[in-house]
Design a protein around this ligand. Structure first.
Ligand code: S3P
Length: 445
């Protein structure tokens, strides 16, 4: 962990360009899933490159509390699983920290185990909607009791005899899809999820990797996913790629700091995660992908990113599921582009670790960048010149708002600060150290 990440932090223009090679930490989505599915497999799963951020460590503790053995040895994480349906009642409340993914995916697993559990989290997570998983999961026979508005803490009485669900997602959400599929692991028969637009498919890929039968068909612009229940999941080795959502921060920093050229190694390039790359390429960003390869069933590659001028674009709402976590940092990049960038279809940003639509707008506005929110669209009026900067941003317990603000500070006229950098550790432990290795300047504010 970075010693500096305890309180206020600020970033200012570095004396020279950013340069060098880094490998950002492991993919958060895949890390949660590898621990959870490993805990449901028979035998010992070995995970390399696991994200050791606080969100994922909360999942590791929860899986331990549910009876799996989870240990770390020589940089590998080992999970001795209990088999499908084999988790046992936790002796205490499960605290999922800041992580919506952990809370929602685990709700699915717990719904089809005949045990009682209570989920909670930090103040940010306790404000995030859980009805989106409660509604579909109730239909398998589990009982949920949550705070008013469907908020954590939430008690779950799982069922011994779960019915397989057939569910059409009302919104494109990989978390809801995954909760339903994970509940279906311990239900007899076929669980089906119909998603209106394709969302990240790491759950499907990993379930197959552990031996489950998962069929996927294209259906009317979306996908129909079918899982055969009660498979015997067998332990498997998992190699976690570097997280494209974390790579986004040094990537945009290199685009914005004059003269920069950096290399980001082994970044996950699952096509359901690469909307930011597509968008930046449309904006004219000089990014090349080298050494494309497959690792642990996921496409990866090395990204070489150089500083370059950007042009405004319109990002269609349909692209949102493939870059849902990247809008705050894209908004920062758009501030440096020539013209008005239009980001459409951002309603889901309102229910992330903070209201990221409002927070992204505030980040820009407080640093002298003209931006507007119109319904669920964010307009960013870029000037192709460094913005003023100079603000100290309240991050609202949101790691991605904190990192976006610090990247903005690297290329603005005045430094940009954040009130509390500690949440960065939820997804990107080592952020300050890795950015400093590239030549960035951060100091306590
Ligand atoms: C995630 C799905 C996305 C994303 C989150 C991780 C996942 O959330 O924002 O950071 O691992 O499934 P939604 O499913 O709510 O869109």
């Amino acid at each position: 962990m970075d010693a500096a990440l305890k309180g206020p932090l600020k970033a200012s223009r570095p004396p020279g360009p950013l340069s060098g090679t880094i490998r950002v930490p492991g993919d958060k989505s895949i890390s949660h899933r590898a621990l959870m599915i490993g805990a449901l497999a028979v035998g010992e799963t070995r995970i390399g490159g696991l994200l050791e951020g606080e969100d994922v460590l909360a999942t590791a503790s929860a899986m331990r509390a549910l009876g799996a053995e989870v240990t770390r040895e020589n940089g590998l994480w080992l999970v001795a699983g209990r088999g499908v349906g084999g988790l046992t009642e936790p002796a205490n409340v499960l605290d999922m920290g800041n992580s919506g993914t952990a809370a929602r995916l685990l709700s699915g697993i717990l719904a089809s185990h005949p045990i009682f559990s209570v989920l909670t989290g930090d103040a940010s997570l306790r404000a995030r909607p859980m009805r989106r998983v409660i509604e579909p999961l109730k239909a398998c026979g589990a009982r949920f009791t949550a705070r008013a508005g469907g908020l954590l803490p939430m008690a779950i009485e799982g069922t011994a005899d779960a019915l397989p669900l057939s569910y059409r997602l009302p919104l494109p959400s990989a978390q809801v899809k995954s909760a339903v599929l994970l509940a279906g692991l311990n239900a007899r028969g076929r669980t089906e999820v119909d998603e209106p637009a394709p969302t990240r498919d790491h759950t499907e890929n990993l379930l197959r990797h552990f031996g489950a039968e998962v069929r996927v068909e294209a259906a009317g612009g979306g996908r129909l996913i079918a899982l055969t229940g009660q498979p015997e999941l067998k332990a498997a080795d998992v190699r976690v790629p570097a997280d494209p959502s974390s790579a986004a921060f040094p990537l945009v920093a290199a685009l914005l700091v004059p003269g920069s050229e950096i290399r980001l190694e082994a970044v996950g390039l699952n096509p359901l995660r690469t909307g930011l790359l597509t968008t930046l390429e449309e904006m004219g960003a000089p990014i090349s992908i080298e050494n494309r390869r497959l690792e642990g069933g996921e496409p990866i590659g090395d990204l070489v990113v150089r500083h370059g001028p950007l042009t405004a674009v319109e990002v269609p709402a349909e692209r949102a599921p493939t870059m849902i976590d990247e809008y705050p940092i894209l908004a920062v990049a758009a501030a440096f582009a020539r013209g008005t960038t239009r980001l459409l279809g951002l309603s889901e940003l309102r229910v992330k670790e903070s209201d990221r639509l409002a927070a992204s707008w505030r980040l820009l506005a407080e640093n002298g960048i003209r931006a507007e929110v119109a319904g669920d669209t964010l307009l960013v009026h870029g000037t192709a010149a460094p913005p003023r900067g100079g603000a100290r941003i309240e991050t609202g317990m949101d790691h991605r708002i904190a990192m976006s603000a610090l990247v903005l500070g690297l290329a603005s006229a005045e430094p940009v600060g954040v009130d509390d950098a500690s949440f960065i550790d939820t997804s990107f432990p080592g952020f300050v150290r890795q950015m400093a290795a590239l030549g960035a300047r951060f100091e306590p504010a």
